[in-house]
Design a protein around this ligand. Sequence first.
Ligand code: UN1
Length: 493
Amino acid sequence: MEGKNYINGSFINSASDEKFESRNPANCDEVLGTFPLSSGQDVNNAVSAAQAAYDGWSRLSRIKRGEYLDEFTQLLKKDHEEISRLVTKECGKGIVEGRADVTEGIHMCQYVFGTVRMPHGDVVDSEIPEKDSFMRRKPKGVVAAITPWNFPFAIPLWLVCPSVVEGNTVVLKPSRETAGTGQKIAEYAHKAGFPPGVINVVHGGCGDLLVKHPDTHVVLFVGSNDVGSGIKQVVAGFHDKMCACEMGGKNALIVLDDANLDIAVNAAIISAFKTSGQRCTSASRLIVHEKVLAEFEKKFVEITKRIKIGDPLDECVFMGPVINQAATEKIARYNELAKKEGAKVLLDGGRLTGNEYKKGYFMSPFVYRMQNNPKIRVLREEVFGPHLAIIPVKNIDEAIEVHNGTDYGLACAVITEDFRKARRIRDDCAYGLGYVNLPTIGAEVHLPFGGVKKSGTGLPSASTLIDVVTHRTAWTVNHAKEIKMAQGLIVKL
Ligand code: UN1
């Protein structure tokens, strides 16, 4: 694949000659595509195109804008399998998950399309009977969407679809690791016939240029806390720019003493090892009541040992590779750190070196038991890989304290048969996505998606992104023949 910038409705060469490659992490030699390292000039051109398109696009009816999305959806559905295979090859997650990623992206298109004939504001009463008041939404302008490699299809569509249906125009900057999937999104947007400039795509490491650009009005970011914190600082310097950032987690699954242990073990394995632990919703902590610890741990370790790791295009594989060499090094460093910090290692996982694994970044699960302690880094920092701590607790109070003892707050799951205990977890744990008798992963697009503390800016995306990409305006109309004011203000001239 020879990638290009997609600007103003055309696939064009970059103003710079610099290029980068997207490679298959399961097979490091395979180059999937070459892409331009988009330059400052490319970014300026993309933002200008988005700005120029804004006037016409925002004046169309929402229903008309939705129809472009309907066309887009039909094309994506036809090529579902082909796109899923590309997703799997680029980011290494198993094909079943590659398909789910594409399905989730399509769900966002369908959701957004479904909203266009639904009520879109509020009719609000006034103190004055002759006044009618309304909340009406207006688009914000040019949206910059900077997206990660772990959901290379769904997350760009989470951000792009609500933005454009509300009348904004977009410049998307997909992750370098999965630039090919970003390119595909541009190709389908083109085929769907979106007017030039409504959706633009640039590549490489130019995200900061989009953030700093004076003519981008909203920055949507999903990725690490380090990058997101930098974005928040830059955005604070502009009077007319805001950002919504989703920034990872140190998520936990809590297993209480009355838990159904089959559900607990399965939920724990899915939470910790799907996508090789590389979701921002992945659990890296299992907080387990000491009464069930021995039985849970035994079953969990037994099944984890049997997890099939290998070629992600193989339907039976549970875990593909991690994304790149740097990820293997980071995970290995945290595995070592856990040992230094006093972990009782239950499965000493790490980089796999056997013949079938030689060409890729395959890692097996590293599982340990450890008492909670606020000083221990491995129990607090995000690892983003198959690295998992089992933390014993004496009761639900301690489980909540341990759960909340990190700087993050994205996904929380509890396994219990007791509705009162589930309710305490619901009310006293800090999270954005909570689950009962389910894993920490697997959110659906029509729910809000976002966390608290270091996990997010409190402006969740997915369905609730509408609040980020629109400005809620108040519109009040007087039907009396004179002016009548609220708050008892007397009008005497
Ligand atoms: C992410 O890892 O950034 O809830 C997104 C889930 C998926 C989305 C994950 N639907 O696990």
